[in-house]
Design a protein around this ligand. Structure first.
Ligand code: NAD
Ligand code: WQD
Length: 338
């Protein structure tokens, strides 16, 4: 079964490609290399022994998207990761985000609408919930006004998909709302490679640990949480990858009960910034240089998933711990800098 993975050379996409290949799927990757490198293909090949087909396409080029679907007229599904994902950058460059995250989605869906049976998985985000009124967050929690153009693209993206499902009987989709993905493949042949100064906590921690950054700033310790720092649901990228395969199989086997379904993908456990630092210090056996700093604008106090729906309906559950994930992130950082 041939599956297209857009953004398949990126952080999450590459881990999903490995999982798909391990499950016997034939994978075609589309990526424009705007935030990844072709060498990721070597990492995938070293892990699975199979080199996925790769087409360097910028999905904003509509004619190329069209001809891709004409050539690959035997594909069974699309997992769509390709997008720009830096929250701060999206505030500075909103039009780029609306184009890269939404025009591309529109072009893909226009081609998929023509397929006899189209199955689509969309990378959504817990960011759609903003600061939820109740924790843990269920899928029926209200969608809050987006804090950034990036967050808005995920909300609008879900709406575009829902509207398409309403009118196209052959089109079935699942949106996975990821919480905070971290970690790397245990082989450390693939992992997260942020360009420039990392915006996310775990890459900043590992880069500080390795000496690339002097000090980690903990953004605020006066939040209404147990230790005053923000709480998030950190999920190992390997668990996240498995959730995609479970969702894809549900669509391919026709087990979905609605044409558009949404699932939270997290561990269900919240960890504070200080807890993450402590866990990192334990797995790395080193002291991390950090200091308390001002709050970061736009941060929610706490977000962690209610995963009951994903557990029950997808038959999927996160199995790896925060320490497992941090261990792999640290091993990856050491390998990348060696
Ligand atoms: P990433 O940047 O590592 O991967 C995205 C890939 O898409 C990159 O390889 C990039 O080169 C490619 N790409 C971007 N624009 C493209 C275009 N126009 N045409 C073709 N390829 C293009 O990001 P990631 O962390 O792997 O995230 C994957 C998806 O998951 C994104 O949609 C992101 O918004 C979503 N997501 C990520 C997180 C997270 O914390 N990493 C959390 C929630 C949701
Ligand atoms: C986690 C915690 C920070 C860096 C982001 C996106 C979200 C989703 C996942 C895509 C927060 C604190 C961080 C640092 C710190 N992505 N922190 N010092 O903000 O939960 O979510 O990634 O969809 O949309 O917003 O993740 O890793 O940036 O922050 O203290 O140097 O770590 O304040 O509490 P976040 P993060």
């Amino acid at each position: 079964m041939k599956i297209v993975v857009t953004g398949g050379l990126g952080y999450i996409g590459s881990h999903v490609v490995v999982e798909l290949q391990n499950e016997g799927f034939e994978v075609v990757i589309i990526d424009d290399l705007s935030n990844s490198s072709e060498s990721v293909l070597d990492g995938i090949f070293s892990i699975t022994g199979k080199r996925p087909l790769f087409e360097k396409i910028d999905l904003r080029e509509r004619s190329r998207v069209k001809s891709f679907f004409k050539t690959h007229n035997d594909l069974k599904g699309v997992i769509h990761f390709a997008a720009s994902k830096a929250v701060g950058e999206s505030v500075a460059k909103p039009l780029h985000y609306y184009e890269n995250n939404l025009h591309t989605l529109n072009y893909l869906l226009q081609e998929m609408e023509k397929m006899e049976a189209a199955k689509f998985i969309f990378s959504s985000s817990c960011t759609v919930y903003g600061q939820a009124d109740e924790l843990p967050i269920t899928e029926v929690a209200p969608i809050k006004p987006a804090e950034s153009p990036y967050g808005n693209t995920k909300q609008i993206g879900e709406e575009i998909i829902a509207d398409t499902c309403r009118v196209s009987t052959n089109f079935h989709a699942i949106a996975l709302r990821y919480f905070n993905p971290i970690g790397a493949h245990e082989s450390v042949l693939i992992g997260e490679l942020p360009i420039g100064i990392p915006q996310n906590l775990v890459p900043f921690i590992t880069q500080t640990g390795i000496g690339l950054r002097d000090q980690l700033s903990v953004f605020g310790n006066d939040y209404p949480t147990e230790d005053g720092t923000c709480v998030r649901d950190y999920i190992h990228v390997l668990d996240l990858a498995k959730a995609h395969v479970a969702a894809l199989k549900r669509l391919l086997q026709g087990n979905n009960t609605e044409s558009f379904e949404v699932f939270n993908i997290g561990t269900g456990k919240g960890s504070s910034v200080l807890e993450v630092i402590k866990a990192f210090e334990e797995v790395s056996e080193m002291k991390l240089n950090y200091a308390i700093a001002e709050r970061r604008e736009g941060d929610v106090v706490a977000a962690y998933a209610d995963t009951e729906k994903a557990n029950r309906v997808l038959g999927w559950k996160a199995e790896l711990s925060l320490k497992d994930a941090l261990k792999s992130a640290w091993k990856w950082e050491k390998k990348v800098r060696s």
